[in-house]
Design a protein. Structure first.
Length: 289
């Protein structure tokens, strides 16, 4: 892929009721706007009466004018065919805020992938309920904000975070942020908050999963990246992976092995989100990977 193709690249995600001719309708629409389709992925829950999902990557000539016109015309197409759609392009990077507590391995994995350009995002801020990581984060040129959280002042702490985030971010990543977010906060970022849980959900949801896994004598431990909903650790799953263990492993061994799985799973989920490869359907996701 050359630089011009990368700059002129756009992505369109659509979900709609399944109906005959929907693929040709969408592709003819793009053709009419002189779009050159380079990737096309589709899925349907039922060919006769299900929900249809599609992700299309395409290039445009005279990009600024063409993209604006295509976006305008999509509104009319969506109304006629009952489409839910999302349009993005490579010229505008998504802005990712990272929330973290004291455990830092997921944070550094995200920053490393950002710095190496493996994940094409901007990081306008890191927010933490502890000050410990401030100096190191700011060493990368990323603003760090310490917002102390207590039971008595949790609402005001979240409001401080909202004021920092307002208009500056597109999505949030909880990189082992050990606080439960309120329904009010979550409602402001629907399907835009990604969490990493240190177990292979639905097993061992909630606190201390490694201790409970050890006590249960499991032979596999895992990690799960999911979108945050009001139901703790029940949101739509984006990515999961596991690590085999044995009876010889201690709880600390499980935690050490788990950290490697956690950071890998979270980084992959974030990359797919940034690349617009994830569509949410109820409490599930369709991931065009």
């Amino acid at each position: 892929m050359n630089k011009a193709e990368t700059v002129n690249r756009a992505r369109l995600l659509i979900s709609c009721p399944e109906k005959p001719g929907i693929i040709s309708t969408v592709t003819d629409f793009l053709l009419a706007h002189k779009a050159n389709i380079v990737h096309f992925d589709q899925y349907t829950t039922d060919p006769r009466a299900g929900v249809f999902f599609v992700r299309i990557e395409f290039d445009l000539e005279d990009f600024d004018a063409s993209f604006e016109k295509l976006e305008q015309d999509l509104h009319a197409l969506a109304e006629n065919y009952t489409l839910d759609w999302r349009l993005s392009n490579n010229l505008k990077r998504k802005r990712m805020a990272i929330f973290v507590s004291k455990t830092d391995h997921c944070l550094w994995e995200l920053i490393w992938r950002w710095k190496s350009k493996e994940i094409q995002v901007e990081i306008p801020m890191v927010i933490s309920n502890h000050p410990d990581l401030k100096e190191e984060v700011e060493g990368y040129g990323i603003p760090f904000y310490h917002i102390q959280v207590s039971k008595e002042e949790k609402e005001s702490a979240e409001q401080k975070a909202v004021e920092l985030l307002k208009g500056k971010v597109d999505f949030i990543v909880l990189a082992r942020y050990m606080q439960i977010l309120s329904p009010k906060f979550i409602s402001m970022f629907p399907n835009q908050i990604i969490n990493i849980h240190h177990s292979f959900l639905p097993a061992f949801a909630g606190a201390n999963p490694y201790v409970r896994a050890f006590n249960r004598g499991v032979k596999l431990i895992g990690a799960t990246a999911h979108y945050v909903t009001n139901d703790l650790d029940e949101g739509p799953i984006i990515e999961q992976d596991v690590q085999r263990i044995s009876h010889r492993n201690t709880i600390e061994d499980l935690k050490t092995a788990g950290r490697h799985v956690e950071k890998r799973v979270l980084a992959q989920a974030v990359a797919w989100h940034v690349e617009d490869k994830v569509l949410v359907h109820g409490n599930k996701t369709i991931v065009f990977k």
